[in-house]
Design a protein around this ligand. Structure first.
Ligand code: NAD
Length: 426
């Protein structure tokens, strides 16, 4: 596996998610000798939609936000990807996230392309009723873009199963009949899949354990730090704690806590429910989000936002393994520093693919109107992810690549093969 001195000096840091995504694709294309025409096609999203989202506030005034929906690639199947509500989300970030979705679906070999959507809103500034009106208007604006055969949104940062239910209802009202397969990550009562809520976290756990096994480390020997205490990071902390890992640090956007002997995720959840943040949790030391990334631990799991490990802090990361639960948490240049320092990075497009894998199961169940048990979902998820891990690991060994290069090689390779098989239209 490639842990070598850098051959090319580091250039100025490309720290936007889109620049990182492009640099990763270009590197994979060069390593695998990708046909230039296909490489060029894959560098640009297939289509991108920008919409205006006007909606009524509770006080009767009107507010307008910008929304986007990007389809990076649909060659292997319908576009698939989350919907993010965040004040800073823009077209470039959405393009990057859509591109990563294309590779992610291909790495775990499910028949989807890549998409992503966003609305530049801070949900904290709105009532639930305002968010519902805003979501329904956004869904109406992107209606021609989505559908079970076209593009299937799912939850991402600051979006949840209730928001998916509003989109499913808005779409279905327009069709005149129920269309559960238009979104995934929706409540089980309207066609959601059992096990979807925890699927991304469960997949991260499978990938962490597969890594530990290959590196000869026992689950109960390792300490873990997790950045982000949302849908992914919060449940992951609980899963890892229950499996016997020592979760020494965890944070949310406000800040974090550290305890060398290990935190109790259940007590942290209780504190967060009462206080609104994990900050102020008694019995542990307060730390900042920057400090969390640099704590002394075996495994660091960024599970919040992109570009948090950069050239500015890559030298100070002390973990032996970085397992990317968030999308794009390490910039392209920072990745090379981690690699040079011998830190084993397991990439996002493999690590967090559990969510889209169970989204695929949900879509299959909706189309067949035949639903599985939670054990069936979890067992099939584990099989798919462990197989993908082994394929990436073996390729990395065989070709002397990093895990990220190997994952991109496989993901990009499968999409390229589909392009070449279908041929260029017209
Ligand atoms: P979420 O909104 O449920 O939680 C995000 C967490 O990150 C919260 O605890 C928030 O307080 C924290 N956070 C936000 N900004 C931060 C900052 N600047 N610094 C530190 N912490 C910050 O989102 P989520 O669904 O848990 O997604 C987290 C990451 O995982 C994202 O990168 C997302 O794209 C990725 N992801 C999510 C899924 C999924 O199924 N939800 C699937 C694949 C990948």
């Amino acid at each position: 596996m490639k842990i070598q001195p850098l051959e090319v000096p580091l250039g100025p840091e490309r720290d936007s998610a889109w620049e990182t995504a492009l640099a990763q694709l270009d590197e994979a294309a060069e390593l695998m000798g990708l046909a230039p025409g296909v490489h060029e096609i894959l560098r640009t999203p297939k289509r991108a939609l920008i919409v205006s989202v006007p909606f009524r506030m509770d006080d009767g005034s009107t507010r307008v936000y910008e929304g986007t929906r990007v389809h990076h690639n649909v060659t292997r199947g319908p576009a698939k990807g989350g919907l993010r509500f965040h004040p800073m989300v823009g077209l470039d970030e959405t393009k990057a996230l859509a591109m990563w979705m294309t590779w992610k679906c291909a790495v775990v070999d499910i028949p989807f392309g890549g998409a992503k959507g966003g609305v530049a809103v801070d949900p904290k500034n709105h009532s639930r009723a305002e968010l519902e009106r805003m979501t329904r208007r956004y869904a109406s604006e992107i209606l021609p873009f989505i559908g079970p055969e076209r593009d299937i949104p799912a939850p991402d940062m600051n979006t949840d199963e209730e928001i998916m239910a509003w989109i499913m209802d808005t779409y279905s009202q327009n069709q005149g009949y129920s269309v559960p397969g238009v979104v995934t990550g929706k409540p089980v009562s309207i066609g959601g899949s059992k096990g979807r809520g925890g699927a991304t976290s469960r997949g991260v756990m499978y990938m962490l354990f597969a890594t530990l096994k290959r590196r000869g480390l026992g689950i109960e020997e390792v300490s873990v730090a997790i950045q982000g205490h949302g849908k992914v990071g919060g449940f992951l902390a609980q899963l890892l704690h229950d499996a016997g890992c020592r979760v020494v640090a965890i944070s949310d956007v406000e800040g974090g806590v550290y305890k060398e002997r290990g935190l109790d995720p259940e007590a942290i959840n209780r504190h967060k429910r009462e206080a609104g943040s994990i900050v102020g949790y008694p019995g542990a030391d307060p730390i900042t989000n920057e400090e969390l990334l640099e704590v002394d631990c075996d495994c660091l799991i960024p599970a919040a936002i992109e570009s948090v490990i950069t050239v500015k802090n890559a030298d100070r990361i002390r973990a032996r393994v970085v397992c990317e639960a968030a999308n794009g948490p390490v910039t392209f240049e920072a990745d090379r520093i981690l690699q040079e320092r011998g830190i084993f990075v397991v990439p996002d497009i493999l690590v967090n693919a559990g969510g889209v894998t169970v989204s695929y199961f949900e879509w299959v169940q909706d189309i067949q109107a035949y639903f599985w048990t939670e054990d069936e979902v979890n067992d099939r998820l584990r099989l798919i992810m462990e197989k993908a891990f082994d394929e990436v690991y073996e390729l990395a060994l065989a070709k002397d690549l990093t895990m990220r290069q190997a994952a991109h090689w496989i993901g990009v390779g499968r999409v390229a093969e589909a392009h070449l098989t279908r041929g260029l239209f017209p």
